[in-house]
Design a protein around this ligand. Sequence first.
Ligand SMILES: NC(=O)c1ccc[n+]([C@@H]2O[C@H](COP(=O)([O-])OP(=O)(O)OC[C@H]3O[C@@H](n4cnc5c(N)ncnc54)[C@H](OP(=O)(O)O)[C@@H]3O)[C@@H](O)[C@H]2O)c1
Length: 247
Amino acid sequence: MSKGIVFITGASSGIGEALATELASRGYDLGLMARRVDKLEEIAARLRTTYGVRVAVAALDVADDERVYGVVDALRDELGGLDVMVANAGITAINRTGAGKIDKDKRVIAVNLVGAIATLDAAAKHFRAEKKGRLVGISSIAAFHPIPGSGTYAATKAALSMWLRAARLELRKHGIGVTAVHCGFVKSELVPNMEKYPFVIEASDAARAIADAIEEERDEVVVPAWPWKAILAASKFVPEKLMPKMF
Ligand SMILES: NC(=O)c1ccc[n+]([C@@H]2O[C@H](COP(=O)([O-])OP(=O)(O)OC[C@H]3O[C@@H](n4cnc5c(N)ncnc54)[C@H](OP(=O)(O)O)[C@@H]3O)[C@@H](O)[C@H]2O)c1
């Protein structure tokens, strides 16, 4: 019997794909969204065969925010419900300040912030009517810690984390939970050579921690907790000019 129905954006690679696999292994039915629908079809076929769960897929560019609502509604109709929405789709872009390439920044904001908010808003519409449900946002330790050359990426994650906090306060009385996930470095397609970043973990390990946070109905998690929670606490006492050496 299904443990529930979870939708994940950005499920065609990295953390989203690993989370889909982890949740399927725990018995959840899934709605998977991304632009590369061929990859989603492959993942869905593998999960259906391996775990016997139901998996529906949809092509979606979350930056096309008006389309997000229709796609979420259609997947919900197909699977007969929705219990947890994970806004995971994200991109990053190195953009040196002064380069004059504002389009790069606008795209990061459209995907990571406007797209994530639209995704969560589309689910919250149903959750309010049903007085239950959980919104999950995949944020980053960059929400707390500036990364030189990726200021816009960090700004989108800080804004998403604040949006999630506000939504949690707003939606609690409607029976809706909100989980903010702050990832450290995770091996994925997000940036080249991710394996060289400090304290990097496998996407499958991140997925296990995120699935645990969903099942435990946690408000805020750092993934992996060690050593990032200690580093984030200590960084309040480290002069900011030393930060570029840490990241
Ligand atoms: N890896 C890390 O170290 C790390 C750390 C902190 C936070 N995060 C966050 O974790 C999330 C997942 O990233 P990842 O590391 O797993 O990277 P990834 O392997 O590059 O995965 C990103 C996913 O987002 C999808 N995506 C990108 N743009 C999209 C769009 N416009 N519309 C819909 N889907 C889109 C991609 O699929 P398509 O190309 O098929 O659309 C892909 O499935 C992101 O929000 C990222 O910021 C990652």
